[in-house]
Design a protein. Sequence first.
Length: 251
Amino acid sequence: MGEYRQAKLRIFLNQTSEDFAVVNARDNLPDLAAKSITFSAEGLTADFTRRGSQILFQGTPVLDQSQTLLRGSHNAENLMAALAAGYCLGLSFEDMARAACLYSPLEHRCEFVCRRDGICWINDSKSTSLDALEKAIQSQTTPIVLIAGGKDKGFEFDVLAPLVKARVKVAILIGEMRYRIAASWKAVPSEISETLEDAVCLAAKLSFPGDVVLFSPGTSSTDMFSGYEERGRYFKQFVYALPGQQVRYHA
């Protein structure tokens, strides 16, 4: 890790006092020749900070994150970094905020699928690791019905048990990992489904208006699908096939 850090620090090597460096305030960096623009969603002193859903630059609100399709503290910092880069290039916060509110995340990455009978459906099929699953759960602000599981890659889900217990109403588990995850999350109400289609139907029965159904497997897809893209497309297909009134962002 020390060698990795030193390699990364080389990005600043050729900067001068005329340049800008956009950096996270929590990173312990050496003195930089460039002018630093700092950001933090974690309450640290920085140029870009967060208060509720508002992103602030030097104390002045410049973007309401709740008006974007990006959720969670990690995306707040992504937005801050983008705003900082634009600021360094002389762009106005008004124009950048307008663009940020129009931006749609890439497919299968905490992608809004539809709102069906007051329930929000999210496709995060790209979630193939515990870290991705953790970030997806943390990004939601309403009660979660979680669909997780897939190929057994040999790691344990125990580390996420406290977070899942605190944030998830019920976990619907699929794939090779389904029984191992259920054992890791004993304190969390869980259901086993043999197919993704059955999991979607069960999630529809167990969710209520105001809930979010989050499909964030936390592991690979190749036990049941050719890849995360196919897995995500099938998830959306099954959701769209459910009865009831649906509102989508895209036709």
